[in-house]
Ligand binder design. Structure first.
Ligand code: HEC
Ligand code: HEC
Length: 198
């Protein structure tokens, strides 16, 4: 009984940590438009090209991370071009996150172990949509403000890339590069592919 109560208390705390109730995706869509977000952001590649494309944003960021970011971008990234929005209520942020989740594509890993490491890495980069920030070969991809990775294999070696993907914050505290929850196998494949980009 005591354990069960404790469990419920923990769950309640977690719900609070995310700031509350579920979002309304339809309201989120309206808020996105009326708050001027498409001036700088695309979703599914439709919209502005100042900030990252947001199609896979809920894959690379946690709900909690998104709440913190949307509340006050400059507190997390000094000199960001993303303005701090004077939200009427926190619910607007939950609605936006619900809206983002309607675009999210789950990561397909069916090819792992069936194709070469290099090919798997190439496909994973597509699945995770690293091109929402980085230009990688395709001239239409990425955003000018983020490093281009087309020749990444000339710039960095395997060991560096492996450390970077494992924990970007450990290599460069405060970096905006997301920490992806990659499995060892996935990380090895992506590193393999990146080292071939000469
Ligand atoms: C003036 C341009 C601008 C506007 C307007 C803007 N953003 Fe951004 N946003 C950015 C930039 C730029 C970044 C990336 C951080 C950086 O490099 O400064 C970003 C980052 C983000 C991120 C994190 C993206 C990621 O991939 O991790 C989210 C989420 C986001 N913005 C949502 C919004 C929402 C929602 C709105 C509307 C309320 C909005 N932005 C309005 C420029 C903008
Ligand atoms: C939300 C934007 C964003 C996304 C999405 C993103 N990155 Fe990054 N990445 C960055 C930023 C910002 C840097 C630069 C870090 C810095 O200097 O602070 C960076 C740096 C890098 C670098 C190091 C470049 C160098 O040599 O200095 C590599 C490699 C890299 N990213 C790989 C990836 C891969 C692989 C993915 C997808 C799994 C990915 N990134 C997704 C923002 C992003």
């Amino acid at each position: 009984m005591v354990f069960r109560l404790l469990f419920i208390a923990v769950l309640a705390f977690c719900a609070n940590a995310y700031g509350g109730g579920p979002g309304d995706a339809e309201r989120g869509r309206e808020i996105f438009k009326h708050r001027g977000c498409p001036i700088c952001h695309s979703i599914d590649r439709v919209g502005g090209t100042v900030g990252p494309d947001l199609t896979q944003v809920t894959v690379r960021r946690t709900d909690e991370g998104l709440v913190n970011w949307l509340k006050d971008p400059p507190s997390l990234l000094k000199d960001t071009d993303m303005p701090k929005v004077p939200w009427k209520e926190e619910q607007e942020i939950f609605d936006l996150i619900a809206y983002f989740k309607t675009f999210r594509r789950e990561i397909n890993r069916d090819f792992m172990g069936k194709v070469s490491k290099k090919e798997a890495g190439k496909r994973l980069i597509k699945e995770y949509d690293c091109r929402s920030c980085h230009r990688i070969i395709d001239p239409e991809s990425g955003r000018d403000r983020f490093p281009e990775l087309t020749h990444e294999g000339r710039k960095r070696d395997r060991a560096w890339l492996d450390r970077w993907l494992k924990d970007p914050q450990a290599v460069k505290p405060g970096t905006f590069m997301p920490a992806y929850p990659l499995s060892n196998e996935e990380r090895v494949a992506i590193v393999e592919y990146l080292t071939t980009l000469k």
